[in-house]
Design a protein around this ligand. Structure first.
Ligand code: ADP
Ligand code: MG
Length: 473
């Protein structure tokens, strides 16, 4: 209604609030509740006009409020495009399940009083602390300590903790999730954790691998068929959508879905209704969709193999499952976890591992990610029945990786004429290792093959940490 109001008279620009909603719908009074002293309020009736306004003023500090269920573009498409124009904007999304905030790639839920009652406080919080979504903070949203694991998930890297937080933040929502990541990074496990932590946990979790079902059968697999719908359809069959009713449907390798099924899936996502193959009864689908892919869907989209509209529909909450090489400090934890878990399930005692073997396992690159790590552990337990694992027992590629990586660091290969003091090399090595381990001293010590205590002493010696009591300040 009111566009670009009089911020200037305060000498300093007020944060811009953009409300995208049809005035006759849910928000109604929201624009009137927002303090004009603190904010400049812009109200547009639809998403296209909203994007246009952002495009014209990308330099301003935007706080966007949008209703997820509104309009033709779909909240997801809007969110995506708004992010492209004003990547730093805070986007407040209201949905039938309550509002949440999107900022810096993460979702944050609100707990407590309603958006309407607290709107100025919330907006103020967002505007005061740019870059800190915890501005909204209730205690659960304050940046938590790093955890070693979450449910059946193991890992304490910053990256995996980000995923734990996302899973928690999604617990009260049914928003569609898209998990992208290499094979073996834990996409399915993440999907299961989202389900188990959601209100749908008592209902089924149904996984469909779109790449593993013959193209001709995917439709009936997803939506079911009536008796006699096609040759071989001897009786009526429920599709996975029906089976998953009330729960979660995990669509794995979504990039493998054929073009015609992409259209059908899009329709189901829009209408929340579908029909069995060969049937004309319309069935309702109350399912939370989690899609996953190991392909780069964006390039599939550009190549015309994946529908853009479907992509945006699915990509409401994007989750990136990081490859193991980007969170190497999780490797020791995962090794411990799988040695314990698999030896228990095999009914054998935990093996003893020689320090060289352990070092090689920690240093290996794991192109197949967590799945490869788990497989290697299982194979070792099967092939080393005497309960001792030595370097020579490891798969050849692991031993080779170790030798390659075991070579002297780069700096030593270019030894200057005057030589290099050992202390300098050590200091550099420790710093680099700590960086590789994202600052985790336990992991860094393991990578260096020294105790944590020794690492700590070295750090003190080199002035890389301050003495006790002081370094926490
Ligand atoms: N963070 C983790 N903690 C414990 N186990 C994990 C973790 N990530 C993956 N796994 C395990 O690794 C294997 C592969 O994971 P999966 O979810 O099937 O990967 P993707 O679907 O990405 O190919 C599974 O056995 C899974 O339980
Ligand atoms: Mg998988």
């Amino acid at each position: 209604m009111e566009q670009g109001s009089s911020a200037e008279k305060w000498g300093k620009q007020k944060p811009e609030v953009l409300i995208v909603d049809d005035p006759y719908r849910s928000f109604q009074s929201l624009p009137r509740l927002i303090s004009r002293e603190a904010f400049s309020v812009n109200w547009v009736p639809d998403e296209h006009q909203g994007l246009e306004l952002l495009r014209r003023n990308p330099e301003k500090d935007w706080i966007v409020i949008v209703d997820l269920k509104s309009s033709g573009m779909g909240g997801a498409g809007f969110l995506h495009q708004a992010r492209q124009i004003v990547s730093g904007a805070a986007i407040l999304v209201t949905s039938p399940l309550g509002p949440f905030l999107y900022k810096d790639g993460s979702f944050f839920e609100f707990s407590g009083p309603s958006l309407r009652q607290e709107i100025n406080k919330i907006l103020y919080g967002i505007a005061q602390r740019p870059g800190t979504p915890s501005a909204l903070a209730t205690k659960s949203q304050a940046r938590p300590e790093l955890r070693d694991g979450f449910g059946t998930m193991v890992g304490r890297s910053e990256k995996i903790n980000e995923i734990y937080r996302l899973i928690l933040n999604l617990r009260n929502s049914s928003a569609t999730v898209m998990i992208q990541g290499e094979s073996g990074t834990g996409k399915e496990l993440i999907a299961r954790m989202i389900h188990q932590n959601s209100r749908r946990r008592e209902k089924p979790f149904v996984a469909v691998n779109c790449g593993a079902i013959p193209a001709a059968l995917v439709e009936s697999e997803l939506f079911g068929h009536e008796r006699g719908a096609f040759t071989g359809a001897v009786c009526q069959k429920k599709g996975r959508f029906e089976v998953a009713h009330g729960g979660t449907l995990f669509l794995d390798e979504i990039g493998e879905l054929g073009k015609d099924l992409q259209v059908k899936l899009l329709r189901v996502l829009q209408e929340r209704e579908f029909q069995r193959v060969g049937g004309n009864r319309t069935l309702k689908a109350d399912v939370r969709i989690i899609a996953a892919t190991s392909q780069d869907l964006k390039s599939c989209m550009q190549a015309g193999d994946f529908r853009e509209d479907l992509y945006y529909r699915l990509n409401v909450v994007p989750i990136e499952a990081p490859p193991l090489r980007d969170r190497r400090e999780d490797i020791p934890l995962l090794l411990d976890h799988f040695f314990k878990k698999i030896s228990r399930s095999m009914g054998c005692p935990e093996p003893s591992i020689s320090p060289e073997a352990r070092r090689a396992m920690i240093r290996y690159s794991y192109p197949g990610n967590v799945r490869e790590l788990a497989n290697i552990v299982e194979r070792l337990l099967v092939t080393c029945p005497d309960g001792k694992i030595r370097l020579g027992d490891l798969p050849r590629e692991m031993q080779e990786d170790d030798r390659r990586e075991g070579q002297s660091p780069e700096m030593l290969r270019e030894l200057p004429d005057a030589g290099v003091p050992l202390r300098e090399v050590e200091r550099e090595l420790i710093l680099k290792t700590l960086e590789r381990a994202s600052g985790n001293k336990r992991a860094a010590a393991e990578m260096l093959g020294i105790t944590r205590r020794l690492l700590y002493l070295r750090l003190m010696e080199y002035g890389l940490v301050q003495g006790k009591n002081r370094h926490r300040a």
